[in-house]
Each structure stands twice: as C-alpha cells, then as structure tokens.
Design a protein around this ligand. Structure first.
Ligand code: FE2
Length: 240
C-alpha cells in the first residue's frame, strides 16, 4: 500500500486545486488564496479549504479555522518548502517525503512538517458542514462488523481523541481488512505503520483552544456528532 493509492490523494488534490487556482478558476470562498508563487509546480502548496472558514460554526469558530488553517497549516507547508530546498527531497511528492523521512532522527524536522501538511489537509476533508449523522450503508456495515456497532465506533473515536496525551491525532483506519481506531502523537500518521486512514480528528490544542479552552472532550464530542464527514471516510474505504 502506498500513499499514491489514496482516493483523492492529498498531493493530487493539492495539485489539481493549485492548477485550478492558477488558471483563475474559482476556489473555496474565504480561504485567502494560495501561498505559492508561479514556481509552485515544484513546491508544495497550501490546498484551499473545502468550505468557507465559518462553515463549521458553531462547533468550530471561523476564528479557530482562520488561525488553524491560515497560520498553522500554512506554516507547515512553508517550513517544508524551506527545509527541502536544495535537498534530495526537493522534487518529491508530499507522501513520498513522509515515507522517506519517517523514523529517521536526522530528518525529523522535514518529517514533522511534511506529515503535518498531509495530516491537516486530510483533517479538513474529514469534516464538513452539517456532518455527523449516519455513515453510508457500506461503511456502516463495515463499522458494525469491526466494532459491533456504530455507537461503539463513535465512542472509541471520541475516547482516543480525548485520551491522546498531549498533541496528536485520532484516526479511523483500515488495518488488515478491519476497521479500528488509533491515535498518534505530534505529527505521526498511521500511514507509515501500514494502515490506511479513513478520517482523522486533530487534537492539538490549536484545533480547539480558542473555542473550548481545556475542554477537549466538548470539542471532540461535538465534532463526532456534528462535523464528521462519513462520506469522505466511505470514499477512502471504497478506494482501499
Ligand atoms: Fe492542527
């Protein structure tokens, strides 16, 4: 399994969206434009949000999304471009950089910024306005077979998000034919451990602190019930 197998691979999405933006096509409203210049064909770019910055309210405020996307996510992309300039990674796809640097102490800065760039684009797509609710039938059947029930899956996802110590991520993944919930610290991604992510929840404090302060559980439970994009997860499962 490789990153390139993903449906709407993050890098492919980025490239398509960049090309669309470069051609003057409309992109998501309120995103604030792309970060890269005309030379971005060989640089990593910040993909537009798939919705406006206020579209996740009232669960996640436009202020949080504005900082999270416009400052944090953008910084990972910009830092990555700076770090790989002139290196063997300069012309590599994002997913390839993540795979090539994972677990290598001398490449940890590049890994952290590359993985965070990828994780964040995946996170934005894991949410949608008026999300939550029931998964599509095929995914729901797989969830019930793997967890014993949809409510169990949601509880495990919320619990992993709430109990991740410090910064990190909770994920619904496909692992050896079964779905399961895992959590990773900092920039780590289950992709480098042979699992296929279906969706993720960012539990870094920057994802919720402006809105919820120390009440991570309130953020997590609201996201699970009201914002999760089960259709995105279902599409990733279909592509697996
Ligand atoms: Fe984040």
């Amino acid at each position: 399994m490789s990153f390139s197998d993903d449906i709407d691979s993050v890098s492919n999405l980025s490239r398509r969206q960049f090309l669309a933006a470069a051609a003057g096509a409309a992109v998501s409203a309120g995103v604030g434009g792309l970060s890269r210049s005309a030379h971005a064909a060989v640089s990593h770019n910040l993909p537009p949000l798939p919705y406006s910055e206020n579209a996740l309210e009232p669960v996640i405020s436009s202020k949080t999304v504005g900082f999270h996307y416009g400052k944090h996510h953008r910084a990972y992309v910009d830092n990555l471009n700076t770090l790989i300039s002139g290196t063997e990674f300069a012309d590599m796809e994002l997913e390839a950089i993540v795979s090539a640097t994972a677990g290598k102490p001398d490449k940890v800065a590049i890994f952290n910024n590359a993985a965070q760039a990828w994780n964040h684009t995946f996170y934005w797509r894991s949410l949608r306005p008026k999300g939550g609710g029931e998964p599509p039938a095929g995914l729901k059947q797989k969830i019930e077979a793997s967890f014993g029930g949809f409510d169990v899956c949601k509880k495990e996802l919320a619990n992993a998000s709430i109990t991740q110590f410090g910064s990190g991520w909770a994920w619904l993944v496909l692992d050896s034919g079964r779905l399961k919930v895992v959590k990773t610290g900092n920039a780590d991604t289950p992709r480098t451990q042979g699992m296929k992510p279906l969706l993720t929840i960012d539990v870094w404090e920057h994802a919720y602190y402006l809105d919820y302060q120390n009440r991570r559980a309130d953020y997590v439970n609201a996201v699970v019930e009201k914002l999760i994009n089960w259709e995105f997860a279902a599409a990733n499962l279909t592509a697996a």
